[in-house]
Design a protein around this ligand. Structure first.
Ligand code: ZN
Ligand code: CU
Length: 487
């Protein structure tokens, strides 16, 4: 049915609208006014200030990257180019137990906190979440942010040593900081129980902190204690902790990470489904068989290949295979790793069948887990979303395009309680992507990891065009999306 409007700020005409809910695409126009979508359908508009012709293109909600480490990137590169260029309009930051704020330690941040918190640049340190939030408001980035507070960040502030459980007094101190952050708008809490700064925290310590979440409708996201031979025990611990704390939980970057569990994703997904029947559970996944983090000796054994992503000791090692470096130095992989520290690595530790099964599961949300400050980053930083749409949906036909879009928009917004986001509907915020579904592709590779995606025509954030014709427009309309109970 045709609808007539007097005017609008921006009109996108004749595209295939995929609305983010999983519904089939429809041919429609989309009208925007201010920061909102005001109409979707067969539209006649008397006067539109700007028009985008989307004939032959797809119009979808802006992508929501539910797993990122972009806390500092939002300030250091306010265009947030690796994300904006692939159609991402919202990032969840502060994952894996690591958040930029509240950082109240005067020590150098231990790995993996050094991936996000820089100790050289004090202007990029924030002792309260409120200070971080104020800075993002003062210097808004091009895209929206949903901030989590990291357990390792809290531990560094409250504890003199990280290799033990926190005392009752330390737990109390961390809870206070977490509560203040949630009251100031943080969306949830994350752990990285796999990593040394967080590892010694027993489930009871995590639970005590996560108990602060329900009052703010906060979400708990976890990089679990183990994604290899203890995968199933870790899933049990995760669901137990969240159930006791009474909060929703997101299993971060679900994977089967070592030989002991390769091929067992059908079982792990069944375990997740069983938990989801009892409590609120979600998970995210990135579309690659390699992971990436700091250099960690325990990741040598499960990996078929390791690429160095950065090294302070040997900067020119970035982008090279650890095996080649070790051969050159005539030493073991572990010794080479030691000499490269501090640094990061890309670990080929998963099987393609597991990655595809996890990606295709209806509960799976897309999260890049990109590490933005590495000199030779994992290509997931620039390529995750187009890779799911192009390689996995169009070329491999793992799922229809509508389902691929739902996994990166509607489902994600629902999981993180982002009202008015993740859908193309009248009344929703004007976060949109226009792309060519026949051309969309990830251009970033393990060899050349910082190339912008192909096929993205236009990215709109809160009603303003932020990316067009392969370049940023200079628009900075991103917002901090606070939890609904922010005081
Ligand atoms: Zn992680
Ligand atoms: Cu992560």
């Amino acid at each position: 049915m045709n609808k007539t409007l007097d005017r609008c700020d921006l009109l996108i005409t004749g595209g295939q609208v995929i609305d983010g809910t999983g519904c089939p695409a429809i041919t429609a126009d989309v009208a925007l006014q201010g920061d909102r979508i005001i109409a979707v359908g067969d539209l006649t508009v008397e006067k539109a200030d700007a028009v985008i012709d989307a004939q032959g293109k797809v119009i979808t909600p802006g992508f929501i990257d539910v797993h990122t480490h972009d806390d500092r990137l939002l300030l250091s590169n306010s265009e947030v180019t690796p994300k904006l260029s692939q159609g991402v309009t919202t990032v969840v930051v502060g994952n894996c137990g690591v958040s930029l704020s509240p950082w109240v330690s005067d020590q150098a941040p231990p790995p993996p906190l050094d991936l996000v918190i820089s100790d050289k640049n004090n202007s990029a340190q924030f002792s309260t979440f409120h200070a971080y939030s104020a800075e993002l408001t003062r210097r808004p980035p091009a895209i929206n942010a949903v901030p989590l507070i990291g357990h390792s960040t809290l531990r560094c502030g409250a504890m003199d040593r990280l290799d033990r459980p926190a005392s009752q007094a330390e737990i109390k101190q961390m809870r206070t900081l977490l509560r203040e952050s949630l009251a100031a708008g943080a969306a949830g809490f994350s752990t990285g129980l796999f990593y040394p700064p967080n590892k010694a925290a027993p489930a009871a310590e995590v639970e005590a902190l996560a108990r602060e979440l329900p009052a703010f409708q906060g979400v708990y996201a976890t990089h679990m204690r183990n994604e290899g031979d203890q995968l199933f025990e870790s899933l049990d611990e995760t669901f137990d902790t969240a159930r006791r704390a009474g909060c929703p939980v997101v299993v971060s970057h679900h994977k089967c990470q070592s030989k002991a569990v390769w091929g067992r994703s059908a079982e792990s997904l069944a375990r997740i489904e069983a938990a989801a029947a009892e409590q609120t559970v979600g998970f995210d996944v990135y579309p690659y068989v390699a992971g990436s983090t700091v250099l960690l000796e325990e990741l040598i054994e499960p990996s078929r290949r390791i690429i160095v992503s950065w090294s302070t000791a040997v900067p020119e090692a970035g982008g090279r295979d650890l095996a080649d470096i070790a051969a050159e130095w005539d030493c073991s992989l572990a010794q080479a790793m030691m000499r490269l520290q501090p640094g990061g690595g890309i670990y080929f530790c998963m099987e393609e069948d597991d990655v595809e099964r996890i990606l295709a599961h209806p509960m799976g949300m897309i999260g890049s887990d990109g590490i933005p400050h590495d000199t030779h980053p994992h290509p997931r930083l620039w390529g995750t979303f187009p890779r799911v749409l192009g390689h996995y949906s169009r070329d491999r036909q793992l799922f229809p395009l509508e389902e691929a879009v739902r996994k990166m928009t509607g489902l994600s917004a629902q999981t993180f309680g982002l009202a008015g986001r993740g859908v193309v509907q009248a009344g929703a915020f004007g976060d949109l992507v226009v792309f060519d579904s026949s051309r969309i592709a990830d251009s970033a590779t393990f060899e050349q990891p910082t190339r912008a995606a192909a096929g993205i025509d236009c990215v709109i954030v809160n009603g303003a065009i932020a990316w067009q014709a392969g370049a940023g427009t200079g628009s900075r309309t991103g917002r901090l999306l606070k939890n609904p109970r922010t005081t």
